[in-house]
Design a protein around this ligand. Structure first.
Ligand code: GUN
Length: 287
């Protein structure tokens, strides 16, 4: 039976460490600040944004949630970002995705100062991830790496398979595993022999957005299986991309949904916000 990786518990430990860092910064007169912009009324996004605000409060980070109506024109959103870029008390800016269809996501991400891009979505920060000279770690993939590390799962020399090639998870996840000296394969919807490739993985990270897609027979006995999926079933329940009941019989380690990767994503966002605030202070001291 797989050992279940408790993302809530690991997340709580890291948030305590972050809270301590924030206390120290406050003693030095700096309050890390995060601005979260949400455009429109998407119910899932509303919940994510509320959770981000709450998590900030818990660790002492100042947060502002800016709610803009669905019909907001792109220029108004860009002006809002420009204002936040210029503020000294805001160190991180996050625009919740997806945006309404009339707004160009790429243009919005490009408008965020790379120094404040705590999602690490901008071209500069994505480039830094590729090179391995990180400023901000992409939140979800970084959360996965922390889960592995704090569960004592070695990556060095291991076969890692990432299922999914999104810019938010799959691609940066593959890079972080590569930097951690794993041998990495990225699989996606056009991959042939997907099951066979998955079965070679010592570490299997799944982010494809299809409920219960990974079955027990696709998993190598003893493998660490990390489920990034968050799928809403017709009955309203949440399901991951991994068939939890079946795979837990085969895997060595497995993350549940909810309570696995989810809490870690916000934790890494908090960490990036603190990193941004520290970098801003260093920049000020140098100038
Ligand atoms: N929507 C879903 N995941 C994310 C994320 O990590 N960051 C942002 N900004 N929007 C998201």
């Amino acid at each position: 039976m797989a050992k279940i990786i408790d993302g809530k518990k690991i997340s709580a430990e890291i948030r305590q460490e972050i809270a301590q860092d924030v206390r120290r910064m406050k003693e030095a007169g700096i309050v890390p600040g995060l601005a979260v912009i949400i455009v429109g009324e998407d119910p899932a996004s509303q919940i994510y944004v509320r959770n981000k605000g709450r998590a900030c409060e818990e660790v002492g980070i100042h947060s502002e949630i800016i709610r803009l109506p669905e019909q907001t024109v792109q220029q108004a959103l860009l002006s809002q970002i420009a204002e936040l870029n210029a503020r000294d008390d805001i160190h991180g800016i996050l625009v919740q995705l997806p945006l309404p269809r009339h707004i160009d996501e790429g243009a919005v991400i490009a408008a965020i100062s790379p120094d404040k891009d705590v999602d690490a979505f901008s071209e500069v920060n994505v480039g830094k991830i590729m090179i391995g000279n990180f400023r901000f770690l992409p939140c979800t993939p970084a959360g996965v790496m922390e889960l592995l590390k704090r569960s004592g799962i070695e990556t060095e020399g291991k076969r890692a398979v990432v299922v999914g090639r999104s810019n938010i998870v799959g691609k940066p996840q593959a890079m972080l595993l590569l930097h951690a000296n794993a041998t990495v394969t990225i699989c996606h919807s056009r991959t042939r022999n997907l099951a066979e490739l998955c079965r070679e993985a010592d570490i299997l990270v799944v982010a494809i957005g299809r409920a219960n897609f990974i079955k027990a027979e696709m998993v190598k006995p003893g493998a660490a299986v990390i489920d990034v999926g968050m799928n809403r079933l017709p009955d309203g329940k949440l399901a991951g991309d991994v068939d939890f009941a079946g795979v837990s019989e085969v895997a060595g380690y497995l993350t549940p949904v909810p309570g696995g990767v989810g809490p870690m994503t916000i934790t890494m966002l908090l960490k990036n916000t603190v990193t941004a605030a520290e970098a801003a202070r260093e920049k000020r001291e140098r100038s």
